[in-house]
Ligand binder design. Sequence first.
Ligand code: ZN
Length: 387
Amino acid sequence: MGADHEDSDQRFFHVPCLHCGDMAPITWARIRWPEGRRDEAHLVCEACGGIHHEHDKPRLLAGGEWRATARGDGRTAGFHLSALYSPWETWAEIATEHGRIRKDPARLQVWVNTKLGESWEDQAGDTVPADPLMARREDWGDALPASVAVLTAGVDVQGDRIEVQILGWGRDEEVWVIDYRVLWGDPSGPRLWSDLDMVLQTTFPHPAGIELPVRAAAIDTGGHHTKMAYEFCRTRLARRIWAIKGRGGPGIPVWPRRPTRRNKGKIPLFIVGVDAVKDAVYARLRLTEPGPGAIHFPRRLDAEYFRQLTAERVVTRFTRGRPVRSWQPKRDGERNEALDTFVYAHAALHGLISMGLRLNEEVEGMASVSARQDSETARVIRSDWMR
Ligand SMILES: [Zn+2]
């Protein structure tokens, strides 16, 4: 992602046409489908018009090679690749997703960045610096920003504590960090979990004069104290407190179509495609203007929060000429709970969307509630910021 650096030699992976042998990169412009049939998306050769189907992809990739498309400075190798090359994601899936989000500027931007706009320089990895984000912190007082309509939480369980981040969502997934708590204690006993329960039952005063509850929470059960996390979620499914497990790697959707019950707790467990969320979050961290997809931070967050939020980067390794990308810590052993809980809260929104939530309609509903209120001042509850 990021800018195409003019210094680099702009290498694209060229694949051979199976009809005429013409070598060309797989570009979005070459993906076509019969009117209304995105599920039949295929690759067209611009030289001969020949068609390649999904099942041709392995042969295309096997016969491909990197070719420089610019001279550059002679020192910098730049590799470009997109999800259109992915063995785990079909052209039909990508075209279908495009059809779903193309009218939503924020999600279209993220889609372009993550599906089409990828480039790497010298495999150094994508990264977002912490300091400019911290400099962007805002004051919005103790009540929620008026644009927030839906709250979700992300929860990470560690050996001696539980960390919770609460995000407030507005139109087109513009998002405000509402609360961040570190609950110290022993996750193997009930006390800490009852503290967590209280946090998840906190309501937040909205300028419209109502209290907003946390609509959904995603709790990572993949780390410490899995059994306790399962037990906590088992009885709270009706409150949309979901047991999740993050899974890295390409082609795993943000939120699964259905949960798995193949776990020791025999509870519904949602596999979250954390790389897909991190792609979206890091693309959005680059947005510097308010609007669709933008992320807002309150003044009360400290430097450690921003260090953790930006603790990872994309690393691309080349295996037999083909890139394999993954999210990795910038430095070994660095804490990243702020990023993880952000990712889980983001996933929880997608869980709600998969259940039928229409975020922009919620925002409009909130605005009409606001209009009906007099100038009654919202009750102020000072939330307990732990850092
Ligand atoms: Zn051809």
